[in-house]
Design a protein around this ligand. Sequence first.
Ligand SMILES: Nc1nc2c(ncn2[C@@H]2O[C@H](COP(=O)(O)OP(=O)(O)OP(=O)(O)O)[C@@H](O)[C@H]2O)c(=O)[nH]1
Ligand SMILES: Nc1nc2c(ncn2[C@@H]2O[C@H](COP(=O)(O)OP(=O)(O)OP(=O)(O)O)[C@@H](O)[C@H]2O)c(=O)[nH]1
Ligand SMILES: [Mg+2]
Ligand SMILES: [Mg+2]
Lengths: 278, 293
Amino acid sequence: ASGHDRIDEALLEEVEEILITSDVGAAATTRFLKTVDNEVRYNRLTDPARMWEILRDDMLRSLARCGDRKLTVSASPTVVMVVGVNGVGKTTTIGKLAARYKAEGHKVMLAAGDTFRAAAGEQLTLWGQRLGVEVVRQQEGADASAVAYDACQAAMARGVDLLLVDTAGRLHTNVNLMAELEKVRRVIGKVIPGAPHEVVLVLDANTGQNALSQAKTFVDSAGVTGFVLTKMDSTARGGVLVNLVETYQRPVYFIGLGEQAEDLTPFDPEGYVAALFG
Amino acid sequence: ALSDKLEGVLGRLKGRGVLTEQHISDAMKEVRFALLEADVHFSVVKSFVADVREKCLGQDVLGSMTPGQQVAGIVQRELARLMGGTQSPLNLSPDDLTVVLMVGLQGSGKTTTTAKLANRLKTQGRRVLMVACDLQRPAAVEQLKTLGRSIDVPVLDPQPAGGDPVAAAKEGLAHANAQRYDVVLFDTAGRLHVDGDLMDQLVQVRDAVQPRETLLVADAMTGQEAVNIATSFHAALGLSGIVLSKLEGDARGGAVLSMRQVTGCPVKFVGVGEKIGALETFHPERMAGRILG
Ligand SMILES: Nc1nc2c(ncn2[C@@H]2O[C@H](COP(=O)(O)OP(=O)(O)OP(=O)(O)O)[C@@H](O)[C@H]2O)c(=O)[nH]1
Ligand SMILES: Nc1nc2c(ncn2[C@@H]2O[C@H](COP(=O)(O)OP(=O)(O)OP(=O)(O)O)[C@@H](O)[C@H]2O)c(=O)[nH]1
Ligand SMILES: [Mg+2]
Ligand SMILES: [Mg+2]
């Protein structure tokens, strides 16, 4: 990545800067630098090109912990709950998922589970209209669990393959809202045994280390099964993913790359690492 | 907490000997780690720690019986100073229409903050208008209108032919002047700082309405990109202030230090919840303590 001919202080500082500014985090960065340090000390590493290779492989190894499970439509209906803090792109991601799975021939339905925020139902309804996908919703202020209940019943009755349940944004630090989420999940499970089959945590690539705090709470109390990282069309490199995948060992299903229906791509670890190290 | 870590690094030396530059270097490592974990930008941390280090090599630290506390105090003070010492209110025109332009990345909280600000100004006795200039996000106009109804503040929804936000903004300004409003707030679509077309469009909106206040609404949990984001928006528009949203969570909020460093703009307000009333003035001391963890 630069004109260094040996592994010196300047090069290590460059490595550190790349990792930190990618939001990999201080602790994980220290670990990566330690790896290089060990290679230099015990394996006589001297070539910078080889150093970059080792760093890339190290990161790929961490990311491999996510496994290769894909978001599949198998049960009838498969119920996917989409959760996360405010403004990360949950509703838009649901639109993108609906477009993708409908194009693959599945019968998709959306549940307007955000009954709190202004015009949340309208926003999802517009997505439904845009894609020709049915949306189950109630009036603003209705009980989110009641919408989930209705949507599950409707999905079964209409032979839907994939039910995407939108939820209101909520900070993971809000105990009451996390409890509400848990209630929605329970209600879904009562209507459709085994559901929700997936609980997708949506994270914003512009977010820093707080993504880890978000993941911890959502994984612990909302039963998160996988991640989607949005807004990777920004300059952010989403380095928090490294720590996230290593800690929770759950798949990163998709990456969001824009605001339109087609701006969703399956997570590609090789491409991600290449972009991070630029 | 950082103060504990500093006590750990320096406190053990109490009465046991001279505090050396190495000890200060070790202490600075702890400060650096804490700030990076708090999302302060890499280069902002570098220069901040260099400045603090200088101050720590003075006699009040080296000769102190509680050097850990001394260093912690210096760090806290320096950080609070960089946050902008005094509170900075909204710059309101005494006798003309005050134009406020809300800008920022997708999902940062602009629409919600527009309504919060409108409500605050209304309770202060001003005639406020909100103008819906986000013509691209599904139901964005509806969102602002719904919020407007809930606080009884009118929302102009120009809907110009062609859906051009610049035309909508011009119409909004004309209406605000004609109807003699005191303050007009323009909500705009979220956009990436690297989206050339949308940044140009925003510059055109700014030129059309000539804002007294151009506020960057930024998410408190923003990471290292805070520097790029703030720099780009400031270079393009000339920001007059920052509003930090979603601060009631547990994000350390180091992004605010980065943004202040690169723009010099004051943080005018902080969003501390989804409800209309959840807008507070910025407290530099409190923010410094929060960043340090
Ligand atoms: N650039 C970019 N913008 C995105 C992406 N995903 C979503 N957005 C935008 O981010 C903003 C917020 O998206 P929403 O889908 O409303 O987010 P949300 O999580 O449902 O928000 P709340 O329901 O309010 O918590 C919108 O302006 C979206 O268009 C992405 O991948 N890239
Ligand atoms: N918890 C919390 N949520 C907030 C705060 N401010 C805004 N929000 C929420 O953040 C989400 C996004 O807010 P919006 O006002 O739609 O953000 P925006 O910047 O207008 O989004 P775009 O128009 O898509 O760019 C919504 O769910 C808001 O309720 C805050 O201070 N705290
Ligand atoms: Mg939503
Ligand atoms: Mg908005």
